[in-house]
Write a protein that binds this ligand. Sequence first.
Ligand code: SF4
Length: 178
Amino acid sequence: MLIEKYDLDVFTPSCEPGAERFSAIARLTIDISDVLPYLNATLRGAVYLQEANALTWTKSGHKIAFQSYEIATSNVKDRDAAIKELDGLVKLVNRTWERRAEITPDFEAHQRPTPLAVYKLLPHTNCKQCGEPTCYTFALKLIAGQKNLADCPPLFTPEYADQLAILQGIIIEAPAIG
Ligand code: SF4
């Protein structure tokens, strides 16, 4: 196990006095820099800065940052949710580290795909089978990790095979946290 213990700090950002959203930081006793290229290879929309030993990722509207000795999350609804999320992120790091022999590390700093670029590859029928009112809303949630490609059944018909192949190349399905 890479991370065996950490100190937890949960707080309301000082720039937002009275805010009802919480931030939390897990302060680590070991350096997790070596796992960052493996997270970069597996987390959808992650942005890795090798020189800074930092990787940022947005999941379900939460901004998450992995650094050498720290994992931080923000915009969480309450203290308990922040604690639970950080615990899940620590487990994600440990799982990724344990699976590193199966993952090709990625040292590139990728640009996130834009919503418009993803939207252009969707069927444009606004059929709502994904539970969203429009394909564009689905594109936004896909990039944010709140939806998966499998949530759009029309994409898996022969008509959209080419678009699906491209989307599978630019969208990495989000792993479960926790
Ligand atoms: S299921 Fe696919 S085609 Fe239908 S609205 Fe959602 S994204 Fe668009």
